[in-house]
Write a protein that binds this ligand. Structure first.
Ligand SMILES: Cc1ncc(C[n+]2csc(CCOP(=O)(O)OP(=O)(O)O)c2C)c(N)n1
Length: 572
């Protein structure tokens, strides 16, 4: 298949179903060259994050089914070995590929099985701590691993930090590139492998001469590049040299994010991850007002009144709704790169220094910082506010992205207050309360549209069933309650919860039902000892729309009401 045909397939599927467009378009030639130089199944190609691996999926026997991308029971938006033997590892979170690949290479070396192991990592994901831990360890842990650095000079938005400056210098060393261009003309004409090897050795010498000691070589990785990531012949050549070398190699590939679709080339951030769109108009549908925007506005309003408020993101400025804050308060805004653990500890330092840090992070990525929340924030009871976006099932991104574990992971940490708003007004109120608190607070809210105001149903004394729900599932609780003649309670605080109200309900002999957009295991229902607990079951929830998944797991209002009724009838 040609790069143009692959791109066409990617654009068609993403226009229909949504997905990660710009990153995948940029990595088409990388996937093609890898599939030609390596054996896609016997060799192990480990994609970091995996949002850029659509071409790989198309090239490895999933072309026919690719139109089902991200749909229920269709092709996943991320690599997963359960979908194909060509997907070496599960991916979705950044920074893991070099670690996983190094482990696979070390296992290979023990077995003597001889396959090649390749990690494909973006420049954004490279700065993640886990990537660096792996680079630091890979010379010691394994005889050989190949790292393909897909450098499009972009994370979701412009990357920040010293590594991106370093890579920029590697790409744009002017004197070096002039010499390289001349050398490349000769190099490409070389058909014989040993001559190619000699050419790359020479190239590497020249580079060291002009760029000083190249960073990666200090870590025992032979550096090849920069290679034009849209020149198939150059990629094949570089991957072949990497394959034949006995040492670990890093191939620095320079790509254009969004390549082949003009709107995505022009605005790669906007076209990083998109919903379905009309490709002829090349316009994204207007987005509805969502929880992230509501949070961003509430924080910006609070920051106007209190100069101690600062905001933090780990490479997700726009996704978390911090764009407006960053524009208004550039010197009170920190994008730390994809480094959630560092972000939490950095926030601890800011709080210890008298500021009021507000960390905006997706639930699934917050998992990376649980230890820093415990160790650096909670023990010292520091006033850091964690605004946990995408809390609950997110839908089409699937197993790696469902934000259902944060309650269970955080609920056991002393000093932490955990709450969840039911609507926009409530979110602003909880944020104000959190900013006035003398210890850490977690405010969780889901992906998607935010209701401006959800009226609270009045609890009524004579109801025999009390349905307690957190945040976004409160309207569902009201529906369930109506079907059952029960009362609905909005549990605004999950920790500490309203123990007095619970005691009253227990005293009145009510059956307590809990509803939460989180894993049941370790969740809020468990905390309050609810008699019947509804939430996501003890398994990884695959991709599909939220509605489809709720129906599949019988978590829609009708199914929940029917299940409660049945239990009451059976057990009285
Ligand atoms: C731990 C973690 N934090 C945040 C994200 C969200 N995320 C997905 S892709 C991405 C940018 C990755 O940049 P890069 O590796 O350079 O790939 P590109 O999209 O530029 O191809 C981010 C921040 C993630 N997947 N994992």
């Amino acid at each position: 298949m040609s790069p143009a045909e692959i791109r066409e397939r990617i654009i068609a599927a993403v226009a229909a179903n949504g997905g990660h467009l710009a990153s995948s378009l940029g990595a088409v030639e990388i996937a093609l060259a890898l599939s030609e130089v390596f054996d896609p199944v016997r060799d192990r190609i480990v994609w970091d994050v995996g949002h850029q691996a659509y071409a790989w999926k198309i090239l490895t026997a999933r072309s026919e089914k690719f139109s089902t991308l991200r749909r229920l029971d269709g092709i996943s938006g991320f690599p997963n070995p359960s979908e194909s033997p060509a997907d070496a590892a599960v991916a979705g979170h950044a920074g893991t590929a070099i670690s996983v690949a190094s482990g696979m290479a070390a296992a290979r070396d023990r077995k003597g099985s001889g396959e090649h192991v390749v990690a494909v990592v973006g420049d954004g994901a490279l700065v993640n701590g886990t990537s660096f831990e792996a680079i630091n360890n890979c010379a010691a842990a394994t005889s050989k691993v190949i790292v393909v650095l897909n450098d499009n000079e972009m994370s979701i938005s412009r990357p920040c930090g010293s590594v991106s400056r370093l890579l920029g210098r590697l790409i744009s060393g002017v004197r070096y590139n002039r010499i390289k261009a001349a050398a490349e003309k000769t190099g490409h004409r070389l058909k014989l492998t040993f001559l190619r090897g000699a050419y790359h050795r020479l190239e590497s010498r020249i580079k060291s001469l002009f760029l000083g000691n190249v960073f990666f070589e200090q870590f025992g990785l032979r550096y090849i590049g920069p290679v034009d990531g849209h020149d198939l012949a150059a990629l094949r050549d570089a991957f072949t040299v990497a394959k034949e070398d006995k040492r670990s190699v890093l191939v620095h590939v320079v790509t254009k994010k969004g390549k082949g679709y003009a709107p995505a080339e022009e605005s790669p951030t906007k076209w990083h991850g998109v919903g379905a769109f009309d490709r002829n108009r090349a316009e994204l549908p207007r987005s509805v007002r969502d929880w992230s925007a509501a949070f961003g506005d509430a924080l910006t309003a609070a920051a106007r009144k209190d100069p101690r408020i600062v905001a933090l993101t780990a490479g997700m400025k726009d996704g978390t709704g911090l764009g407006g804050f960053a524009a208004e308060f550039p010197d009170r805004f920190f994008d730390v790169g994809i480094a959630e653990g560092h972000m939490a500890a950095f926030a601890a330092g800011l709080a210890a220094g008298g500021l009021k840090p507000v960390v905006a992070v997706y639930s699934t990525f917050l998992q990376r910082s649980v230890d820093q929340i415990m160790h650096d924030v909670a023990i010292s009871n520091l006033p850091v506010v964690f605004c946990v976006d995408r809390a609950g099932v997110v839908g089409a991104d699937g197993v790696t992205h469902q934000g259902v574990f944060d309650v269970a992971m955080l609920r056991t940490l002393p000093n932490l207050t955990i709450c969840q708003p039911k609507d926009e007004e409530d979110l602003a109120g909880l944020l104000d309360e959190a900013l006035g608190r003398d210890g850490p607070t977690v405010i969780r809210y889901p992906r998607g549209a935010v209701p401006a105001k959800v009226e609270s149903a009045k609890p009524f004394g004579e109801a025999k069933i009390s349905v307690w729900a957190t945040g976004d599932w409160y309207p569902k609780a009201c529906e369930v309650a109506q079907k059952l003649g029960a009362e609905a309670v909005h549990a605004r605080y999950l920790k500490p919860f309203d123990a007095a109200a619970l005691a009253r309900a227990r005293k009145d002999g009510k059956l307590i039902v809990s509803l939460e957009n989180a894993a049941v295991a370790g969740g809020f229902g468990e905390a309050i000892g609810a008699d019947i607990r509804f939430g996501w079951p003890d398994e990884f929830i695959a991709h599909g729309t939220v509605d489809e998944l709720e129906r599949r797991y019988a978590l829609d209002a009708d199914s929940i009401a029917a299940a409660v009724k049945k239990t009451v009838e059976e057990y009285g």
